[in-house]
Design a protein around this ligand. Structure first.
Ligand code: 2M8
Length: 445
């Protein structure tokens, strides 16, 4: 691929991004980070492919197709497909024991939950870089598995035909400790966590955790919350990862606004992929797709989109970045778009480095703590894409420029950035930051 001509400083930054992706390349999958995340993650691989397309479209296609190796007979594509590695990961196969309930298409071990369905978006972006015949061949390989995944999302996770799919763990949302999820999850804290917390806060639990050795604990979720998420995994395991059984447990069930927004956009891409290779989307799925577009309108109050508790159908009134993703889905009525643009560029979301994951005036806001405040490059990318399709080109360009600037100022591919001072946090060799930087540089106007 010809390298776009870039000022020296950005060319060096691009080289750093390429070397991070090479360093995290495990053959035809890319791990999100060499230390924290040594396996394959669903939505990470999608964002990674969107960057890799600028280096090698076939390798990018392989990144996407490799996700099908983890597909369950039910159609689910898991959120983590475990790689053959002895590197430590805190929620590895032993925590899930999915091999007791199913097999995966490629025989790999996996988790028992999914993640935001970014596959169709990534496939279309990669397809744009291919010849017509290579793209058609790629789409033909991907389509049957991708179709089954979208069908599974509705049949398994929208049993009441709401048009919105439900998630069974905050890890499915990808925004692990976002306040919306933590509030609904905390009542499920194990008794021991509650007791220890009473005696000694989270400090007593810190010694027991193993995920925070690489980064300071205050950049991750609290130990109490982490042990609660492990407890939810135990509940899911006991329910054989089957939604009908899960419904009868204490597991929180959330119609997550960001996940459903991503699904709505993915449905459009899936439809385009099918059309290109002469396939017809089954009528049942087409109907679900239509219902989703209508149903997401039930999540908005006074111009703000929220997630909803599946059990009680009450809105979870936490305003977070998740509520901005309907812009990416293209489902925000035109007369509300400018209001949302105003919100995301206001000091509440601190537009200087992109969009804070939690507004600065929220009591839960912490500038360097994971999904509780930091700016994430993938979120900026998604929101900018939505703004562009709404014709808000200046806002989209500003957001993209700010994203490149914040990465450039840090000089490294951080996992997330403080919205207050732009300092990097989490992993400093993080794949999707590297990949999306390549995409932002290649597509800048
Ligand atoms: C984070 O989540 C994993 C669990 O899936 C973890 O904390 O161990 C999240 O940021 C998630 O969105 C991301 O896909 C994953 C890998 O980068 O890390």
């Amino acid at each position: 691929m010809p390298v776009p001509s870039l000022p020296a400083e950005l060319a060096a930054l691009r080289e750093t991004a390429v070397s991070v992706l090479r360093g995290n390349d495990l053959g035809d999958i890319t791990r999100p980070s060499p230390t924290l995340y040594p396996h394959q993650w669903l939505w990470d691989s999608c964002f990674i492919a969107i960057g890799l397309r600028h280096l090698d479209p076939q390798r990018a296609a392989a990144e996407i197709l490799s996700l099908l190796r983890g597909q369950w007979p039910s159609g689910m594509i898991p959120h983590v497909i475990f790689a053959e590695t002895t590197d430590f990961y805190h929620a590895g196969p032993q925590r899930w024991r999915c091999d007791r309930v199913t097999t995966t298409a490629g025989g790999a071990q996996s988790t028992g939950v999914t993640q935001p369905p970014m596959i169709a978006e990534a496939a279309v972006r990669v397809g744009e870089m291919m010849t017509d015949s290579a793209r058609a061949a790629f789409y033909r390989q991907l389509y049957p598995g991708l179709l089954r995944f979208h069908q599974w999302l509705y049949t398994e996770r929208d049993p009441d035909d709401d048009g919105l799919v439900s998630l069974v763990h905050s890890w499915e949302s990808g925004m692990d400790n976002t306040p919306t999820w933590m509030e609904i999850t905390r009542p499920a804290a194990p008794l021991a966590v509650r007791a220890l917390r009473r005696i000694n806060g989270d400090d007593a639990l810190d010694a027991l955790r193993r995920d925070s050795k690489e980064v300071p604990p205050d950049e991750r979720l609290t130990s109490g919350d982490l042990f609660t998420l492990y407890r939810i995994v135990r509940e899911l395991r006991g329910a054989h990862y089957d939604f009908r059984e899960i419904r009868r447990t204490i597991v929180p069930l959330v119609q997550d606004v960001a996940f459903n927004a991503i699904l709505i956009r993915a449905n459009e891409h899936l439809t385009a992929i099918a059309a290109e290779i002469g396939e017809v989307i089954p009528a049942g799925l087409r109907r679900s797709m239509r219902r989703s577009r209508e149903a997401i309108g039930q999540l908005v109050v006074d111009g703000v989109y929220y997630s909803r508790d599946f059990r009680t159908r009450t809105l979870l009134r936490h305003e977070t970045i998740a509520g901005l993703l309907p812009l990416y889905a293209g489902v925000v009525p035109e007369d509300r778009v400018d209001g949302m643009v105003k919100t995301l560029t206001s000091p509440r979301y601190c537009a200087r480095f992109g969009v804070a994951s939690v507004p600065l005036d929220d009591p839960a806001f912490l500038p360097r703590c994971y999904w509780q405040g930091p700016v994430w490059v993938n979120m900026n990318w998604l929101i900018a894409d939505g703004l562009e399709r709404y014709g808000r080109l200046d806002a989209a360009d500003d957001l993209r420029r700010n994203t490149v600037d914040v990465i450039a100022a840090s000089g490294a591919m951080y996992e997330y950035y403080s919205p207050l001072d732009g300092s990097g946090a989490g992993s400093n060799r993080f794949s999707w930051t590297a990949a999306l930087l390549l995409d932002l540089l290649a597509t800048a106007r």
